[in-house]
Design a protein around this ligand. Structure first.
Ligand code: WTA
Length: 656
């Protein structure tokens, strides 16, 4: 975050109380009530979670132990039998929700479809039966590479129904990135679509799958299932590729949900870390179901009549937890939107809110900042009076953006829940409960009940109020990741031993810097590791560097984030070239395209700077701190005495 943003957060002391009208209908109505819940959960976490698990979820068979904690390995609801697809669908069919809208889809250009709970259940059963027909069994991993269409949600629930862990790969990832993830997960089948709509153009998803699978590059994948969306000509490979709309009429609409063990794997979701290789974050069934269920209910203050809209993509954890599993487990109406704001349709989000009477709206600061630039006239010319609650996720929200969101979108009446969490945590960890916790612009406020969050130094000592430190969690929670797929050591090292355990106490290290103020409010400052957050997308600097050095022109590359007014951060790559190549504008473009091809457009560097050498310590480590200052156009401050060759810095300053 830029210095000015940090300063504005440090000086922020406005406090916003929820309105009486909001409180009257809200689930948790006062700070005292939140604090009671928090203390109950803290003094006896197992009882707290067990009571909720009993009350809120359907079980095929009860658990015999709430928690088995062999740090850092946790098992929740040991030996319980449960199915999240059952909890998201079947159990609502015998209630008044049977004919309630479960999923409203707003597609591009202008298509709309609505599924009631009964209809969604039917489609999921059919999809599950097709997967079975194609040879998928409990435990087989299934890749999902899809646009934002109802079949993405249906496919996820169908996998969960038969116990086949899914691995959703964001549709913006390139064929190369897709191939690596499918290989790591050893997926057996890939669900995709002919294409998807993205900013007025077709994304050729099936073509990318063909590329990823070409020449037997993913030996485990023998089958693909293709949903028809954009209807352009695509090549179908006989034996391997199957159309969903051909198979759907051949199967029954009945498919009982498979009783899964609480700890059976529900999904793998790849996310970026400090090393070049993305991590397969593993989430299991019961704990994830409970955690996403209860966080959705309390944080978004769900009422049965609400239309709830989260603008994330299903390819990210926010889509998993807060478009699909959390809302559906609660029997809510969840909205899925295929479009994105763009020059040809800058007011599309406000149109969707007006058209569907959205009550709860959950989006990212980067989108909010982009809207501010587009001008107030767009939201002001729409009827946004249906909105009751607003949410923010993905990166720190600066107070200016928070105030605009509050006033212009929320009309001053909607509380804002600024929710801090991660792919690894499964669900929201630090957040206001909107009827109970007064908000401060830029603060994610207080930990969710059951979450023992702290700001610590690297020895695990709590730091005093208002001093910077590392955000850490002290005790396991049901939604936490269970391991890194295929690499339990990495799980242990990265998250639970980064802060050395003391007297049997383990800290979960989140990788974020934070401070806690005198009211116990958390202010998350951003990543402290080699992860950058570009427009709410999480990218590893090493990942982008590996992509760059895989190009023959590149000898060495160092990637840093530079503050960006809209995207939060922007990628700047410092590149040294092989002697066979010269630095040209053309080569910059080629390298940017190369990264797009290797990872996807989200990783495309905003800026490439050629340099004769990179600043390194005497032990050969690249000094990113210096590069970050240079990229931001700041004076290089602090200690440079460890720099091996000071002339490198002078060259970089002059800008080559
Ligand atoms: C950042 C997204 C500040 C943070 C759910 C975290 C946030 C990373 C917030 C996880 C927030 C997310 N305030 N920072 N409200 N929410 N972050 O795994 O740096 O894609 O570690 O999960 O996003 O990104 P991920």
């Amino acid at each position: 975050m830029s210095q000015t943003k940090i300063e504005s957060i440090l000086n922020e002391n406005r406090l916003f109380q929820p309105s009486n009208e909001f409180i009257t209908h809200s689930r948790i109505k006062s700070l005292a009530e939140y604090e009671r819940l928090y203390e109950t959960a803290k003094s006896n976490p197992e009882d707290f979670w067990a009571t909720l698990a009993q009350q809120e979820l359907h079980w095929f068979a009860p658990w015999d132990r709430v928690l088995d904690w062999q740090p850092p390995m946790a098992k929740w609801f040991v030996n319980g039998k449960i199915n999240i697809s059952y909890n998201c669908l079947d159990r609502h069919l015998t209630t008044g929700r049977r004919n309630k809208a479960a999923l409203i889809w707003e597609g591009e250009p202008g298509d709309t479809r609505t599924f009631t709970y009964a209809q969604l259940h039917r489609e999921v059963c059919q999809f599950a039966n097709v997967l079975k027909q194609l040879g998928i069994q409990k435990g087989d991993r299934v890749g999902i590479y899809m646009p934002m269409i109802p079949e993405s949600v249906i496919a996820m629930l169908a996998c969960a129904r038969i116990g086949a862990p899914h691995s959703v790969i964001f549709g913006g990832f390139s064929a190369d990135a897709l191939r690596d993830r499918l290989n790591d997960a050893q997926a057996k089948l890939v669900i995709t679509a002919d294409g998807g709509w993205r900013k007025d153009a077709i994304v050729p998803l099936k073509e990318q799958v063909d590329r990823a699978l070409a020449d037997g590059a993913v030996p485990t994948v023998t089958t693909t299932l293709v949903v028809q969306r954009t209807k352009q000509e695509i090549k179908m490979q006989p034996q391997r590729d199957h159309w969903w709309h051909h198979l759907q009429p051949t199967v029954s609409a009945q498919c009982p949900a498979e009783p899964m063990d609480s700890e059976d794997m529900l999904f793998i979701l790849y996310t970026s870390g400090s090393t070049g290789k993305p991590k397969g974050v593993v989430h299991t069934t019961a704990g994830y179901n409970l955690y996403t269920h209860i966080t959705t209910q309390w944080i978004f203050d769900l009422q049965d009549r609400d239309v709830y809209w989260c603008t994330a993509d299903v390819g990210w954890i926010t889509g998993h937890s807060y478009i699909v599993y959390g809302p559906l487990s609660n029997g809510a109406t969840t909205l899925l939107y295929e479009g994105a704001p763009r020059a040809s349709n800058p007011g599309c989000f406000w149109d969707v809110i007006e058209k569907h009477g959205v009550n709860i709206f959950y989006t990212a600061p980067t989108a909010i900042r982009a809207f501010i630039k587009m001008g107030d006239h767009l939201p002001k010319s729409r009827d946004l009076s249906s909105l009751r609650l607003l949410g923010s996720v993905g990166e720190p929200i600066n107070p200016e953006a928070w105030m605009w969101y509050h006033q212009v979108i929320g009309g001053g009446r909607c509380p804002i829940v600024d929710t801090w969490w991660q792919t690894e945590t499964g669900g929201i960890m630090v957040t206001p409960l909107p009827g109970a916790i007064p908000t401060k612009p830029g603060s994610a406020t207080r930990p969710f009940p059951g979450i023992i969050a702290d700001v610590v130094d690297l020895e695990g000592n709590s730091v005093p109020d208002n001093e910077g430190g590392f955000l850490a969690i002290q005790y396991p929670w049901p939604g936490m990741m269970r391991t890194v797929y295929g690499d339990p050591d990495r799980f242990r090292r990265t998250y639970w031993e980064y802060i050395p355990p003391k007297d049997g106490h383990y800290y979960y290290f989140a990788g974020d810097g934070a401070r806690r103020d005198e009211d116990g409010y958390f202010w998350v400052m951003g990543r402290v590791d080699d992860v950058i957050n570009v427009a709410g997308h999480r990218l590893g600097t090493m990942e982008v560097e590996s992509a760059l050095v895989s190009h023959p022109a590149v000898a060495e590359a160092a990637v840093v984030g530079k503050p960006d007014e809209v995207k939060g951060e922007e990628i700047v790559a410092f590149v040294t070239l092989e002697s066979t190549h010269s630095p040209t504008e053309e080569l910059k473009k080629i390298l940017k395209n190369h990264v797009t091809q290797e990872i996807g457009a989200i990783a495309r560097p905003g800026e490439i700077r050629f340099s004769e050498a990179l600043p390194k310590t005497r032990s050969g480590k690249i000094m990113r701190r210096l590069l970050r200052s240079l990229a931001a156009g700041q004076e290089v401050s602090g200690d440079t005495s460890t720099l091996e060759d000071r002339s490198v810095l002078d060259h970089l300053r002059q800008g080559s």
